[in-house]
Design a protein around this ligand. Sequence first.
Ligand code: BGC
Length: 761
Amino acid sequence: MKFLKHIIAFITIVVVVNAEAQTTNAKMNAFVNNLLSKMTLDEKLGQLNLPGAGDITTGQASNSDIGLKIREGKVGGLFNIKSIEKIKAVQKVAIEESRLKIPLIFGMDVIHGYQTEFPIPLALSCSWDMKLIEKTARIAATEASADGICWTFSPMVDIARDPRWGRIAEGSGEDAYLGSQIAKAMVHGYQGDDLSKNNTIMACVKHYAMYGAAEAGRDYNTTDMSRSRMYNEYLPPYKAAVEAGAGSIMSSFNEVDGIPATANKFLLTDVLRDQWKFKGFVVTDYTGINEMVNHGLGDLQKVSSLALKAGVDMDMVGEGFLTTLKESLKEGKITIEQINNACRLILEAKYKLGLFDDPYKYCDEHRAATEIFTEANLKFAREAAAKSFVLLKNKDQLLPLKKNTTVALVGPLANSKENMLGTWAVAADFTKPLSLFSAMKNKVANNVSVLYAKGANISEDSAFEARVSVFGKPFDRDNRSTDILIKEALDVAEKADVIVAAMGETAEMTGESSSRSDISLPQSQKDLLKALIKTGKPIVLVLFTGRPLAIKWEQENIPAIINVWHGGTEAGNAIADVLYGDVNPSGKLSTTWPQNVGQIPIYYNHKNTGRPLEEGKWFEKFRSNYLDVSNDPLYAFGYGLSYTSFSYSDISLSKSTIKSNEKLDIKVTVTNTGNYDGAETVQLYIRDMVASITRPVKELKGFEKIFLKKGESKEVHFTLTAAGLKFYNNDLKFVFEPGTFKVFVGGSSDNTKEKSFELIK
Ligand code: BGC
């Protein structure tokens, strides 16, 4: 009876919620239909146009070129415009001077924070902490919306398995399951539970699709893959973001299967609309439409019509829609329904954001003082940064450092502020972060000295440095000879008990258009490390990077390595927290680190092949391997050390056989066996032993981050059902297939316990 009451209550709630949604939808439809009926063709095309902010300077909005276009109804939104003052001024032109007074939307690349910068996305993904990641997005949304922004070009959910690709920094790594969880968390963080609030902003999932699979890791390069790989390994995070309610999605620059994503009907209509039921709008990436001329699909008029027909709604920057669709309509190449449909989706987005009710709702000048760059936000940024660091090696427990040790802090990144922030710090103040040098000095106060010497430039090649900084701040290059620089470092090392070497990549060595074919430490830095080793002093390598690096030599020769990525505004403090043991590192890699570039692409969830290597061996003739390097990664997916250690019990399964309608309980006991309290991410993998298509040797299916005091044990449970064992078969049907499965549980993809079970019909 009680049960029945619950069901009735539940059904009532669902019915009420649905009814409310229907009323809201009906209201929105009526509003948008009415508006559409008043719009001229030019005004409709105007809504599809998303220019950059261009020449707007404070106080000049109305007279700028963009201002003129807005007045004529030729602009749907603007991006990369910063400050409430400017945003208010251009919105005023739209509301007071354009015929239909349709508000603009304002977008920006708020990627890993607004003014409070968080670690780059790849770093954040190594926290494996969904609440934390969601909260970074929530804070970013609050700060951005307090500064006039209502739309962010984030999350980037492109799966990437090639660390040569600079944009690997912007995503969540190589795994579809982890990537999907993060995609959801980010969308929820930005959009909250109500997009019409003034502190939530619309997410834009990007770059749809398969942008991370660019051949040879070269940005914007061709992508080609089987549908089976797409559906099983690359599409899930986009789908997860769509299911989480993302309001918009960005089509990518690359081609897929011979057709640029921006004109790809299969992706934009068949998959996105028909299969996933996406209700938001599609915006191109930058000049994505114009670039299809270079792809070889026709002139601007042709490619613009292809994009519209395939399912693009809004044209970023290129103005192909604005300048050519009218002609294409006249020629019968496109239909007015296609234009109406795109326009409708953009108006709906504005409606959902509440802009028709109050076009200035994100322009409250009072909010900034109490909501942007607050102490609480900075505190959280410090926590997030520390949780993203991955301890890669810690021989003889060299870390944590004692606070009374004299440290020689050396390296080109030891005294840098701006490189803390990471690749997309569009709204940040680059003077705000503390350098590691300052943060370490603050941490030990006056107890003991932290001695500093730069010791090396980022690279021995000034032309390389110039290419890296084309778009940003020039390198702070020291033009004295290498010998002098190294000598200075050796002098401070001589006086110290331990050397901390802050090395790696500057923020701009990853990110857009920052692919590298050699992902090792630049020679100048290696030379410094080699000289430092000769002192015989213990060395801690603090590695700044936006991608996995090939650091086999460093792994073999340096006793302690901690990867700190580009950790955001509070990175300096967070690194000091971890180096001195106030925080125990707990990050786990979300991408495989190769031994060398030749192994790329290397990822944990590869297939077995017909000629796998026998376990324990690293070479056998006529097997799938190399003559000169083992198949092993340098660091596996899921790997990351702690100052403490954890042991895992054997796995216990609730059953050895489950039916397709049953659940399997998987239990392990994890114990903190070391001397520090610490967090561990317990990972669950499976392998489908026999199937109608080949399946990966391991596949992440769950994880739980637990905190254990030293000596403490915890039981961790995972539940698997047949639904969780599904995959896309060769007909692209999402199915499970009965048979034998292996389950693996452990603290890294290459260090697990295992058991088997059978799935029967
Ligand atoms: C990037 C996008 C970004 C857009 C707008 C493009 O070049 O690929 O990720 O959102 O610019 O800044």
